[in-house]
Write a protein that binds this ligand. Sequence first.
Ligand SMILES: Cc1cc2nc3c(=O)[nH]c(=O)nc-3n(C[C@H](O)[C@H](O)[C@H](O)COP(=O)(O)OP(=O)(O)OC[C@H]3O[C@@H](n4cnc5c(N)ncnc54)[C@H](O)[C@@H]3O)c2cc1C
Length: 451
Amino acid sequence: MPRFDFDLFTIGAGSGGVRASRVAAAFGARVAIAEERYLGGTCVNVGCIPKKLFSYAAHYREDFHHAVGYGWSSTTAEFDLARLVANKNREIERLNGVYRRLLDTAGVTILDGRATLIDAHTVKINGQHRSARYILVATGSWPVVPAIPGAGLAITSNEAFFLPALPRRVVVVGGGYIAVEFASIFNGMGADTTLVYRGARILRGFDHELGAVLAEEMQKKGVTIRLNANIAAIAPTDGGLRATLADGGTLEADCIMYATGRAPNTRKLGLEAAGVTLTAKGAIAVDAYSQSAAASIYAIGDVTDRVNLTPVATAEGMAVANTLFNHRPTALDYENIPTAIFANPNVATVGLSEGNARSRGGAIDVYASRFRPLKHTLSGSDEQMFMKLVVERTSNRVVGAHMVGADAGEIIQGIAIAIKCGATKAQFDATIGIHPTAAEEFVTMREPRKA
Ligand SMILES: Cc1cc2nc3c(=O)[nH]c(=O)nc-3n(C[C@H](O)[C@H](O)[C@H](O)COP(=O)(O)OP(=O)(O)OC[C@H]3O[C@@H](n4cnc5c(N)ncnc54)[C@H](O)[C@@H]3O)c2cc1C
């Protein structure tokens, strides 16, 4: 008789947990996975996937407008959020089914319910104790709303995906990627949208020009951006909500959405009893192999608050499966992780920002270009694209690539391979462009910016 019920017990069937479980099972491990809410986790249900679908939906309004310059008749299209939500829900249900089948086919035991830890080898779920040689905590994160008066009247991204109708006036609070994405979504759908952010520049943590350029472009499209502003209280009014700002000003809205941060899902999991330690921010503390302070307990994804992205969570899951069940101890390489922000226009980035490259001390050259893409010569739009390369002068290596503009994520994904391979600026220059594209700008910028 085996000593444990399972070789691996995964808590949380999101991006990281599902990947780790499937790969571990493929290596021959006996695996169980517990899920309390929805298969596929945040990304599939209330994150990347529905967000991108909403972003597509929001884009049509300006596409209809741009088409007129290309000879199409002006249309008066109506937007029905309820229909989009229903169609999106159907697609997500299909994906939930795909995830269930993937796990079933891999031979993973799915346990629907909330799991908690009893000790370093025991999990409790639906009143039963299950033992495992290893436990993987992949419980993700949850949005947090600051404790201001009236906070309960605000929504988060979780609820934004299920609104029954498009609010007429929306206030989005925050300056990170989820905030700018939703401000673009609501604005594109036709709501009167205001973004309120307490800092001086949106997209803090990214190359400084990305936030500045994005703010300018979003404002051209009609989003009102209030920087250095903070909501002190929210109160109901006759037909909607009133946000009182810290400076005493007020904003009237029908919907106020907070996107000011997410907290790791570590509460009431029994982690401390099992010997797991937490960071100051409440995330599970792990080493390079995602092993926690308790030797038999591993943790991956948002609950560890390292790089909170789906492809990172899945890569960490694969690494843990390789480490534990394939005799290949694997530590993830966190250098040069590309990422996109699906605001309108899109933003994408890989490698070092200009600021980070400068703070390393070595000399750098910056190549940058801002231009009107060909499409907008006839569309009537004054939207501009922005591209930037950061080059380490001594090695000539391109250490950062940044972009604001249509399809930025699609373009930067390719550039990320070159950067991961250590490509030099000379190799970028030797690459023939594809004409006419916007992306060719990345291989034709010849003059570094004057310092
Ligand atoms: C609005 C939004 C947009 C995003 N857009 C992008 C994007 O475009 N690209 C990108 O890469 N990332 C995006 N992300 C981030 C991405 O969704 C997360 O990084 C990713 O889902 C993390 O995966 P995970 O496995 O750590 O956790 P999750 O996917 O959150 O999965 C955790 C799972 O654990 C379950 N769970 C929690 N506690 C228990 C318990 N005790 N017992 C049983 N089950 C439990 C939860 O129900 C959940 O299903 C977005 C996130 C949000 C909120």
